[in-house]
Write a protein that binds this ligand. Structure first.
Ligand SMILES: Nc1ncnc2c1ncn2[C@@H]1O[C@H](COP(=O)(O)OP(=O)(O)OP(=O)(O)O)[C@@H](O)[C@H]1O
Ligand SMILES: [Mg+2]
Length: 241
């Protein structure tokens, strides 16, 4: 469904992404990992249309989409969350989700219906009337996922939605990603929380200094000496069979 082909993004002299290639199939979960500054969020910014890549191509169902603006990428079914949550704190939870729903439902009653459905799906419906500022960190992250889901995406880009969560909250976030996948939505998941992404990823793509250094199933990635040296360290051990 998504094909990233030799994607390169330069900021002045720095190549934040260089020749990054990977593919995402319909309904797949892809883990995108690597050290701080490796270029993970930059990949999301290119995929979501926040800036045009310097070179390379992005294809959705074979159609070239690199360089399209965010509203076009959203209309084509690409939705994202932000590493630093960008919710509208003065608005209610429901209103935040309506912002996403209005992408495809311009009429307010329809947008409310769609937003409520998304809130029920993510379990935030009992908070619908509360100001977003009153949410816990975990709920704020879940609200961003809900708003993205209300855009009815085919491809969801999740940027560190498990960061700062307790172990129980990470497990809840993992369950949510699996339920999103069960709806046929593909997810690219940027995470530093390995116990959150490793068990659910179909494949892992590892970035270091803007380049892909490994791409494969989680178990192989966890044991890849190049990945262990560059990022995982010795302390991460894949769960036993
Ligand atoms: N808009 C920008 N202008 C200039 N440099 C940028 C910009 N965005 C990112 N960079 C640089 O590109 C490199 C990759 O950054 P990016 O945010 O993609 O890394 P990351 O893998 O998401 O890191 P982290 O795990 O810390 O979130 C970094 O050196 C960063 O400083
Ligand atoms: Mg980042």
């Amino acid at each position: 469904m998504l094909s990233v082909e030799r994607l390169t993004k330069r900021f002045g002299g720095l190549a934040a992404n260089e020749d990054v290639s990977f593919e995402v199939g319909r309904g797949e979960i892809i883990g995108l990992i690597g050290p701080n500054g490796a270029g993970k969020t930059t990949v999301f910014n290119s995929l979501a249309g926040f800036f045009p890549p310097s070179s390379g191509q992005i294809r959705l169902d074979g159609q070239p989409v690199a360089g399209l603006p965010p509203e076009r990428m959203a209309a084509l079914g690409v939705a994202r969350t932000f590493q630093i949550v960008r919710i509208f704190k003065s608005m209610t939870v429901l209103e935040n989700v309506m912002v996403g729903a209005m992408l495809h439902h311009r009429a307010v009653p329809a947008a409310i219906g769609k937003a409520r459905e998304a809130l029920r799906f993510t379990g935030l419906d009992r908070r619908a009337g509360d100001p977003a500022s009153q949410l816990t960190v975990a709920e704020q992250k879940r609200l961003e996922v809900t708003r993205a889901l209300a855009c009815e995406p085919r491809l969801l880009l999740l940027d560190e939605t498990m960061a700062g969560l307790t172990q129980n909250e990470v497990q809840e976030a993992v369950e949510l990603v699996k339920r999103i996948q069960a709806r046929g939505i593909a997810c690219v998941v940027v995470e530093h929380v390995m116990e959150g992404i490793m068990p659910i990823a179909d494949r892992m793509v590892v970035l270091e200094r803007g380049r892909v250094i490994a791409n494969g199933p989680p178990r192989a990635i966890a044991e890849d000496p190049v990945v262990v040296a560059a990022y995982l360290g010795e302390e991460y051990r894949a769960p036993g069979p």
